[in-house]
Design a protein around this ligand. Structure first.
Ligand SMILES: [Ca+2]
Ligand SMILES: [Ca+2]
Length: 374
């Protein structure tokens, strides 16, 4: 009798918590199917107590995955903000703006558990970065495999967003690592968008044989998103002209000789080196452009067909409305100005909710869930 009562109680609880199937017990969600969206349409702080989170992504398992710069990777429930997995990596050396940074999951993560990270470490006392693959197995990230090593790093300008394309190439942004001589050198891994295969080999159709370089002349790109084969990056300018770029194979984006649009003394260098200019820039000041994503859901309908960009210094989210061909930005609208402090990154759920991470420090960083616009 006791057993039966307990069964009835559990069944009732399960039925109250989620939409019940007819049998009343078949409630384990299939990870391949995005769950129905049972959450109210609110703007809320989903999670508190984080320390400089750097990456947030919507996992293939319909959970939120984040990195924190001090060397931590965590999985967080989008329903209630609880942490269901967390692992610290002692091989990460956090210093200045460096540490555990970019992360992306393999498209088939649910079946193969493969996950790629970009982090800083010490190589014989030299500050460096690497791209490493892990396997998520029995609730642990195991079997590390270094795919790209010895990338120049510094206290500042480490780039380091990761993205996997539809044709299974891994794209990596790198900053100039505080050395402006490097972005214009094809032989250096710094100040580039890099492109490698998922096993770390170099694709045969890269611009230069045997070189992971895909594009050059970047200062500090900390946002990257691909939409229907158009690759966008966001990039920090020095004291003016943060940039949004469309990245084309083998192209030069100008840094340090050119900042923002080609003008004044830059014109001759631009003409001689076929510099690609940004499709959007911040003009005469910097906002500190950071995480970048694309929004096309019905939920927050005024954001449809827009790039969403978060900023650190300006402490805001910028909606960059795209043209129909998505090759240019039509307008910029500011949201959440000074509401949550510095904003590092964001992701979009299949239901059209937006999740933003802050970068304020003091173990006081949060995940904000946007299910409704102000
Ligand atoms: Ca540029
Ligand atoms: Ca310029």
């Amino acid at each position: 009798m006791k057993k039966l009562l307990r069964y009835l109680c559990v069944s009732l609880l399960v039925c109250v918590g989620v939409a019940c199937s007819k049998s009343g017990i078949d409630t384990i969600p299939d990870p391949d199917v995005p769950p129905v969206d049972p959450l109210p349409d609110t703007l809320r702080v989903l999670k508190t107590g984080l320390q400089f989170p750097w990456e947030i992504l919507w996992g293939k398992d319909n959970q939120l995955w984040i990195t924190e710069r001090n060397g931590k990777i965590s999985r967080i429930s989008p329903a209630d903000g609880s942490t269901s997995f967390s692992q610290n990596f002692i091989n990460v050396f956090a210093q200045g703006e460096g540490g555990m940074l970019g992360m992306v999951q393999h498209p088939d993560f649910v079946n193969n558990g493969l996950l790629y990270v970009y982090y800083n470490y010490l190589n014989n006392g030299q500050y460096r970065a690497r791209v490493e693959r892990y396997k998520f197995l029995n609730d642990a990230l195991v079997e590390p495999l270094v795919l790209l090593d010895n990338i120049p790093a510094s206290n500042i300008h480490n780039g380091s967003r990761l993205l996997i394309t539809a044709d299974n190439k891994l794209l990596i942004t790198t900053g100039d690592a505080a050395n402006t001589a490097l972005p214009q050198l094809p032989s250096s891994l710094a100040g580039k968008v890099l492109r490698i295969n998922l096993d770390g080999t170099i694709p045969a159709d890269n611009p230069i044989a045997g070189n992971p370089m895909w594009s050059m002349g970047h200062r500090n790109p900390q946002g990257m998103v691909m939409v229907n084969n158009i690759l966008y990056t966001s990039e920090h300018g020095p004291n003016i002209e943060d940039e949004i770029n469309i990245i084309e194979k083998g192209s030069n984006y100008g840094w340090p000789n050119v900042n923002g649009p080609c003008d004044g003394a830059e014109l001759s260098f631009c003409a001689a080196n076929n510099i690609v200019q940004p499709i959007w820039s911040s003009g005469g000041s910097t906002l500190a452009y950071c995480g970048l994503d694309f929004y096309h859901a019905d939920k927050l309908s005024i954001w449809k067909n827009s790039l969403l960009l978060v900023t650190l210094k300006d402490q805001s989210l910028r909606q960059l409305k795209l043209s129909d061909d998505r090759k240019s930005v039509l307008s910029s609208t500011t949201f959440f100005k000074n509401q949550f402090g510095r904003l590092r990154d964001l992701c979009v759920s299949p239901q059209g909710r937006v999740y933003i991470i802050t970068s304020n420090g003091g173990n006081n960083d949060v995940i904000v869930e946007v299910g409704k616009l102000p």
